[in-house]
Design a protein around this ligand. Structure first.
Ligand code: SF4
Ligand code: SF4
Length: 149
C-alpha cells in the first residue's frame, strides 16, 4: 500500500474526523488494517497516496488544498522521511514503521517541526498525546484530551 510519509503520523492520530464521509471511511479502514496487520507492506512516498485519492482537495494527483499545500505537504513528507532515515519509495512493514515513528518522532519538539500549523492539530490524537506529555513535563495540565476513535 502506498502511503505518503506524513500520513503515517496522521493515521496514528486519526480519531474519526476528516474531509467527508468517504475520506473518513478510508482513513478508518487503512488505520485498522495497518494496526491489526503489522506485516502489511507500505511503500512510503512523498506524493499523493491512497488517502489523497479520496480527498476532495486532490486534483490531478496533486494536493490542491491551498496555494502552498502541494509544497507544504511534500515538505512534511520529506521531514518524516529524514527523521525515519528512509527514502521515498522505500518499503517497510506497518509494524516497523509505526514503532520507528514512536521512537524517532516521539516528542513534541519534533512533531511541531513537522506538522507546523496543520489545521487538524486539535483533533489529532498523536499530536495531542505528545503535547500533553510535554505539558506534563513542564508542570502544566492537559489542555485537550485525546479521545478514542
Ligand atoms: S497534526 Fe496534522 S499533519 Fe500532524 S499528524 Fe496530526 S493530522 Fe497529521
Ligand atoms: S489535503 Fe492534500 S495531502 Fe491531505 S489528503 Fe488531501 S490531497 Fe492528500
Amino acid at each position: 500500500m502506498k502511503i505518503r510519509a506524513h500520513h503515517l503520523l496522521c493515521l496514528l492520530g486519526f480519531r474519526g474526523e476528516g474531509y467527508n464521509p468517504e475520506f473518513i471511511k478510508k482513513m478508518k479502514e487503512i488505520k485498522e488494517r495497518l494496526e491489526k496487520e503489522p506485516n502489511s507492506i507500505i511503500e512510503v512516498v512523498n506524493e499523493c497516496d491512497e488517502i489523497c485519492a479520496l480527498c476532495p482537495y486532490q486534483v490531478n494527483n496533486l494536493c490542491q488544498k491551498g496555494k502552498l499545500s502541494q509544497k507544504r505537504t511534500k515538505e512534511m513528507d520529506e521531514k518524516v522521511l529524514n527523521y525515519l532515515n528512509l527514502q521515498a519509495m522505500d518499503t517497510i512493514t506497518s509494524g516497523k514503521v509505526f514503532s520507528l515513528i514512536k521512537k524517532r518522532i516521539g516528542n513534541f519538539s519534533i512533531i511541531v517541526k513537522i506538522c507546523g500549523q496543520c489545521g487538524w492539530r486539535e483533533v489529532c490524537n498523536y499530536y495531542l498525546k505528545l503535547r500533553n506529555e510535554w505539558r506534563k513535563q513542564k508542570g502544566l495540565g492537559e489542555n485537550r484530551k485525546e479521545i478514542s476513535p
